[in-house]
Design a protein around this ligand. Structure first.
Ligand SMILES: [Fe+2]
Length: 189
């Protein structure tokens, strides 16, 4: 983990104590030569202090669904900004072999996690809220649903790092053992 941080510090001319801007995060992700671990992703996101100005090129909302904006991607890792109006949420999904971390930049992130049993089907496990500045994430094979709660009455902006980059995801329905495939909409990202 420290190797990436040190390399990036040299590349960006920053000291270890400096917070990670979005530009520094991009430099760190572009320097990797293998998929970073979940611990490395958490360390980057916890250090990150991304301003609203830096997020501006990736900030855009849609009425029908949350909006994914890709910041960067290579064969090992990708980073996206997701913008959510109140009431918008993902399907219940896993990341099909990828792990990832999420930093809440603005607003309140709501996360529900689930158990999957091939016989009993999908069962509710836990629910949490993550305030601005929080970092959360999911390992393989975690199943979760993210969203901006209706009651928040504010927009939500989140920063996501996935390794390896997401492909086709698995989606689930409560009480069902059926697993469907889902390709996130990247047309606008
Ligand atoms: Fe997810």
């Amino acid at each position: 983990m420290s190797t990436y941080l040190e390399n990036n510090s040299i590349a960006t001319g920053e000291s270890q104590a400096d917070p990670f801007s979005l530009l520094s995060l991009v430099a760190a992700l572009e320097s990797v030569t293998s998929a970073p671990s979940l611990e490395e992703i958490y360390a980057w996101l916890e250090k990150a202090e991304v301003s609203i100005e830096e997020l501006q090129p990736y900030s855009g909302f849609k009425e029908g669904n949350y909006w994914r904006h890709r910041v960067c991607r290579n064969q090992f890792v990708e980073m996206l900004v997701l913008c959510w109006r109140p009431g918008q949420r993902t399907p219940i999904h896993d990341h099909n072999g990828s792990h990832g971390g999420v930093k809440v930049c603005q607003g309140m992130l709501w996360e529900t996690t689930f158990y999957y049993d091939p016989v009993a089907g999908l069962e509710y496990k836990s629910a949490r809220e993550h305030a601005a500045g929080s970092v959360t994430g999911s390992d393989v094979p975690d199943i979760h649903q993210l969203g901006n709660p209706d009651v928040s009455e504010q927009d939500l902006i989140t920063l996501h790092v996935y390794a390896p980059p997401l492909g086709v995801l698995h989606t689930y329905k409560p009480g069902s053992a059926k697993i469907d495939l889902y390709t996130p909409d990247d047309i606008d990202s």
